[in-house]
Design a protein. Structure first.
Lengths: 74, 270
């Protein structure tokens, strides 16, 4: 185990993914929270808001998923 | 899932049967047969199967235009209507009808490919191999770039690289960000989003369900501790339901983003 660079690399990649997931986590929270506020204020706009919400979630989520892929590449 | 039993799993010490190498759980490199330079593996068979199912569903669902459709035909028609009205016309506008065939085919193919993940006896999402998401995202990429140039000429490029709405001093910076995000990040994130979601889901299901099976099968060696396998299997079944939702959602999001990118090329000012 000692001096095993592969184990160390895996651990660092894991930490990197964890750090990479923080920002998108906050971002998705903001997107969905504001979408819920908008739907509660104007229920007749719920369809449009939901489509836009999925778009925002998808764009934000991409960053976390790139971190996930890099974890396997690293 | 069956690989878990062939794979060495130290049920006495591990809590979840982690594979020694992730590739062991994914690769089906043994070709079934070879035609010329092409090795025909299980994955390529599943891709052809997904294409056949997509074509078959659409053909048999829309073959006859009956006044009273059967249940199957009504289901297919509502899917087509969802893509046409909910995605194409809603996002692109009235001229979105022109792009319905493309959006419908990628939606159906990705949906079938994703749902392979939760289909018993198949249990392998073909979209968790980079080839398919990368190909589909390149297709979308070429379509929106070509539409952008054919609708707006060279102004498509200049409007992105030198945006008129931004103060002069910042135009080079915003233009640079826009060029990188439009021409490099869009196809990359489109492919990686689908790919990584399905890999993550498949990996999670394989670990949980595979651990469950391995622990329960080892009941003779480890005694009552095999009960942990039941717990892992139950957690895996919960994630199974969640993955059905993810499979449908990712097909929707891929199609929706394709429509949004095409819309940005049709009406670049918005």
């Amino acid at each position: 185990m000692e001096g095993n660079i592969e184990v160390l690399k895996g651990a660092i990649a894991l930490i990197g993914y964890g750090l990479g997931a923080v920002g998108p986590g906050i971002g998705i929270g903001i997107v969905v929270g504001n979408a819920i506020t908008a739907m509660a204020r104007q229920p007749e706009m719920a369809g449009t808001v939901r489509t836009t919400m999925f778009l925002g979630v998808a764009l934000t989520e991409a960053l976390a998923l790139i971190g996930f892929v890099l974890f396997f590449i690293a | 899932m069956l690989a878990a039993q062939e794979h060495h799993c130290d049920v006495a010490n591990e809590v979840i049967c982690a594979p020694a190498n992730v590739k062991d759980w994914f690769e089906f490199t043994d070709p079934w047969f070879t035609i010329g330079p092409i090795n025909f593996t299980r994955t390529s068979f599943l891709m052809l199967l997904a294409a056949a199912i997509t074509v078959g569903l659409l053909y048999f669902g829309l073959r006859r235009n009956r006044p009273v459709p059967t249940k199957f035909e009504a289901a297919i028609e509502s899917l087509v209507g969802f893509v046409r009205d909910g995605i194409a016309r809603d996002v692109i506008g009235p001229e979105g009808t022109k792009y319905v065939p493309y959006l419908l085919s990628i939606f159906m193919l990705i949906l079938v490919g994703n749902l392979f993940e939760v289909t018993p006896l198949i249990n392998f999402p073909i979209t968790s191999r980079m080839a398919l998401p990368a190909f589909l995202s390149l297709l979308t990429y070429f379509i929106f770039v070509i539409i952008g140039f054919s609708k707006n000429g060279i102004h498509y490029l200049t409007d992105i690289a030198w945006p008129k709405a931004v103060p002069v001093g910042l135009r080079w910076l915003v233009g640079l960000i826009e060029v990188v995000s439009t021409f490099a990040l869009r196809p990359l994130t489109l492919a990686i989003r689908l790919f990584a979601n399905l890999v993550a889901g498949h990996l999670m299901l394989t670990l949980l369900l595979g651990s469950g099976v391995a622990f329960v099968l080892a009941v003779g060696e480890i005694g009552p501790r095999a009960g942990i396998g039941v717990v892992w299997f139950a957690v895996g079944m919960v994630f199974f339901l969640f993955e059905v939702f993810v499979a449908v959602l990712q097909a929707y999001i891929f199609t929706l983003l394709s429509a949004v990118y095409i819309q940005a090329s049709v009406h670049p000012e918005h």
